[in-house]
Each structure stands twice: as structure tokens, then as C-alpha cells.
Design a protein around this ligand. Structure first.
Ligand code: F0G
Length: 352
């Protein structure tokens, strides 16, 4: 049997996986690194998109979840719990189902995209809405799992999550043959920037890549604690996935930025939506609003001169656009229906 075996099998020697583990996988990973000709032309850089929305549940979380749920099961845990702005809950629900264990998710009331909720519902997760934001949910999840140790916490504070997610950096170097000059990605709870930096650093240490990228971490302006240096009590942004005021991996994210000569920046919702439409409308890749933060950040950093012409840049687009149809369709006017008539079709296309 050939074909992609899932990221644990593909990178087994680089992951903390015991020989006797039962691996819980949906064949996540091996996502495409797609050249972005429009963005390359616009910036004078060589731009690629790491399309993480093509993972099994439509986001990068699956990379962490194959590790975290496998680890939980092999340690005899019977349930997993997470706080989530949506994607983590969708992924945890799917992998827990695959493992045959219980999953409960704590979500901020009214603040997650419909597609993500649909996923958690369909995978049979116990959905618990909390009167609070993501930060409140995570605090609650930490307390609950500290007290009831048969439940595994599968947020990115779980080291297994970071181990799984670091494989995205391996894949990029494996495909490009080198590390990019700049790696841009959205930052919310700051697990993913921590994971990428770990992955790049391990390949660099082992001589597989001769350099490491400058990490460009992009937050939404209404939820940009790493930019301001202070937690945000009431984070607010249309990019609900990264509506987070007090990232759990704060120190690791700062280390990734500092050690790489990188940068944190904030993008307004207006700029996020502009980049969101650009990626869909010009590159043919539909991502969710938070995912476009990487692209918004690149455009701003290039304009400023921090990213230079000729550099190779990878933007991670973290989640699939299908998860949030409401944002995609908002502002769309009424679509007129035509007669069942070929001339009417041609007329609508402007050729008759
Ligand atoms: N992009 C998307 C689409 C996300 O769902 C998240 C995080 C991020 C970026 C930020 O990644 O937290 O590692 O810095 N979503 C989490 C969730 C919080 O619950 O699904 P991070």
C-alpha cells in the first residue's frame, strides 16, 4: 500500500511516539504549498501559501490533534476536553470519534463560525457554551482537567499538540529544499507560531535546513496582546478564530519572534477582510477570515520595507473558507433569478 500515511507515520522519528502506540489518524498533513502568482507580482517576492484548510477537518489543528488524541488514548484517558473558537473543537471532536472516546468542547457563546459548530455537532461532541470569551473557556478547561485527571486537555498547552503542528515546517522545507526567508502566520493563542519555530529550529539544528525564517506573527487589531505587550480584556474582531486576549503560549511566541529576528503586527478587520477577498478572488483559494491575517501582515510588512523584494515568503492560511459562510456572504446583495432561457444566460454574462 502506498500513499500518504498521515503525519505521525511520515515523521515518526522526529516525534515523541512510542513503538507500541495505537495511532489515531485521519491522514492529516501533506497539505499543498501553493505558489501565489498574484501576491508574488504584487510584492516582488516569491510567495507561497501553505493551505492548511485542506486537512481532514479543514484546519491546521488536525496536525496537533492526531498527536494529542493518540497520546491521550495510549495513556488510558477516556475523554478529551478543549476550549475553542471553533477549529480546535471540530478537530478534537473528529479525532475523539475516531478513537472511540468522549469529547467535550467549551465555546464562547455566539462567537464561533457556523461550519465549525456543525462539525462538532456531527462528530457527536458534547457542546458546552460558556458565558465568556475564549480566554475564560481555556481557564475553565484547565481547571476542570486539573481536577478530573481522566480527562485530557487537548488545547495547544498540551505539548503533544505542538509536536504534531511542527511538522508543517518540516513539510515546507521538504518541498522548497530550504527554509523560506520569512514565514507569516495568524496568531491567536500562539501555539502554532511556537510549533513552526520548533519545527524550523529542529531541521536547522540537524542540518536539513541551513537557515531559519524570520517569523511574522499577525494578530487582529482588536485582539493584539502580543503587539501591545498587554493582555486584552475584551478582544473583538470579525476573525473569531483569533479573538483571544491572553495567549497561553505568550512567552514561546515572543521567543520565536526574538530568536528569528521576526515581528508581531496587527491588522484591522478592514485589512483582514481585504486580504480574505484577495486570496479567494485572485489566487483561487478560499480561506477563513483569520487565516488571511498572514497575507494582510505580509502586504503591510512589504509596504514598510521589512520584507524585501526577492525574498521567499510562506504564508500559512490556517483554515478553510467553507467554515464561515456567513462572513463570505455578508454584504452580498439579492441575486436575481433569470428565465430558463439560454439568451438570458448569455445576457447575464454580458455576451448578448
Ligand atoms: N487560524 C485559525 C483558523 C485558528 O482557528 C486559530 C486558532 C489560529 C489561526 C491561531 O492559532 O491559536 O495557535 O495562535 N484557533 C483556536 C481554536 C484558538 O480554538 O480553534 P494559534
Amino acid at each position: 500500500h502506498s500513499g500518504w500515511p498521515g503525519l505521525i507515520e511520515a515523521y515518526r522519528s522526529r516525534l515523541p511516539v512510542a513503538d507500541d502506540w495505537k495511532v489515531i489518524t485521519l491522514l492529516e498533513g501533506a497539505t499543498p504549498l501553493v505558489a501565489a502568482p498574484y501576491l508574488s507580482e504584487l510584492t516582488g517576492c516569491e510567495v507561497y501559501l501553505k493551505v492548511e484548510g485542506l486537512n481532514p477537518t479543514g484546519s491546521f489543528k488536525d496536525r496537533g490533534m492526531t498527536m494529542a488524541v493518540s497520546n491521550a488514548v495510549n495513556n488510558g484517558k477516556t475523554a478529551v476536553l478543549c476550549a475553542s473558537t471553533g477549529n480546535t473543537s471540530a478537530s478534537a471532536a473528529a479525532y475523539a470519534t475516531r478513537a472511540g472516546i468522549t469529547c467535550a468542547v467549551l465555546i464562547p457563546q455566539g462567537k464561533i463560525a457556523m461550519g465549525k459548530l456543525a462539525q462538532a455537532v456531527m462528530h457527536g461532541a458534547k457542546i458546552i457554551q460558556v458565558q465568556g470569551n475564549f480566554d475564560d473557556c481555556l481557564e475553565l478547561a484547565r481547571k476542570a482537567t486539573a481536577e478530573f485527571t481522566e480527562i485530557e486537555l487537548v488545547n495547544s498547552v498540551n505539548p503533544a499538540r505542538i509536536e504534531g503542528q511542527k511538522t508543517a515546517a518540516f513539510e515546507i522545507v521538504d518541498v522548497l529544499g530550504r527554509a523560506p526567508d520569512v514565514h507569516a502566520l495568524p496568531v491567536g493563542n500562539a501555539g502554532n507560531i511556537t510549533a513552526y519555530w520548533k519545527g524550523y529550529s529542529e531541521y536547522h539544528h540537524d542540518g536539513i535546513a541551513s537557515s531559519r525564517p524570520r517569523m511574522l506573527g499577525v494578530q487582529a487589531a482588536g485582539a493584539a496582546p502580543l503587539v501591545s505587550g498587554e493582555p486584552v480584556a475584551d478582544p473583538e474582531t470579525i476573525a473569531t478564530a483569533i479573538r483571544i486576549g491572553n495567549p497561553a503560549s505568550w512567552h514561546q511566541a515572543v521567543a520565536a519572534k526574538d530568536d528569528s529576528g521576526g515581528q508581531f503586527r496587527a491588522a484591522t478587520d478592514e485589512k483582514l477582510l481585504e486580504a480574505y477577498r484577495l486570496v479567494a478572488g485572485r489566487e483561487g483559494i478560499f480561506v477563513e477570515p483569520a487565516s488571511a491575517a498572514s497575507v494582510a501582515g505580509l502586504l503591510a510588512a512589504r509596504e514598510e520595507g521589512w520584507v524585501r523584494a526577492g525574498e521567499t515568503v510562506v504564508c500559512t492560511v490556517t483554515g478553510n473558507g467553507l467554515k464561515d459562510p456567513d462572513t463570505a456572504l455578508s454584504g452580498m446583495g439579492e441575486v436575481e433569478a433569470i428565465d430558463v432561457d439560454p439568451v438570458a444566460v448569455a445576457h447575464a454574462l454580458g455576451v448578448a
